[in-house]
Design a protein around this ligand. Sequence first.
Ligand SMILES: Cc1cc2nc3c(=O)[nH]c(=O)nc-3n(C[C@H](O)[C@H](O)[C@H](O)COP(=O)(O)O)c2cc1C
Length: 181
Amino acid sequence: MKALVLYDSLGGNTEKVAKRIHDTLVENDVDSRLFKVKKDEDRDLDLYEYDILILGSPVIAWGPTNPMRDFVMKKLREYHKERIRPSAPLRPGKFAVSFCTYSGTHIGEDEAIPLTKWFSSFTGHLGCRIMGEWHIVGEFHNRKDVNINGRLGDIRGRPNEQDLLNVHNRVKGMLTALSAF
Ligand SMILES: Cc1cc2nc3c(=O)[nH]c(=O)nc-3n(C[C@H](O)[C@H](O)[C@H](O)COP(=O)(O)O)c2cc1C
């Protein structure tokens, strides 16, 4: 099984999560590749080559980072020409997970949901079955007030080891769910 973990990260929180996802996949014998958008010149990636697409970004004003948005929109335009079909038929054996890190300062987890839904809309267009939308709390860098007084309470130091263990367990759960394929 081939997996692609494609992410962006401005301050490192989402990168920690992406690496834990990738490491867990590798530990479980999945042929996983880890890419940060732009940095790895991934714009020529063929997303249809992978069995599991795992896309993640920090939440920036309820959406992705600009490089991630540009990447997804470029791929959408490219694939609309020939590969994306009306009704987006599900492709057997093709799956996707969306994830993000977020601070939830003002309205809690509702700040994260639009982003993972946006990713899932994209991978759904590619015919993937959505296996999860994971929202992981991440501290707001250099904003101590925000990290203590937001809707999620004290989020300093997150994602912490427990958050990353939860990610590890979610990946294992997903792989168990896919073991019939
Ligand atoms: C410019 C900017 C805008 C942000 N906007 C939001 C937001 O709308 N909602 C939210 O929950 N977190 C927001 N955050 C917090 C980040 O999503 C959070 O700190 C995330 O874990 C950062 O991940 P990174 O270290 O991978 O960049 C914002 C952070 C920055 C720097």
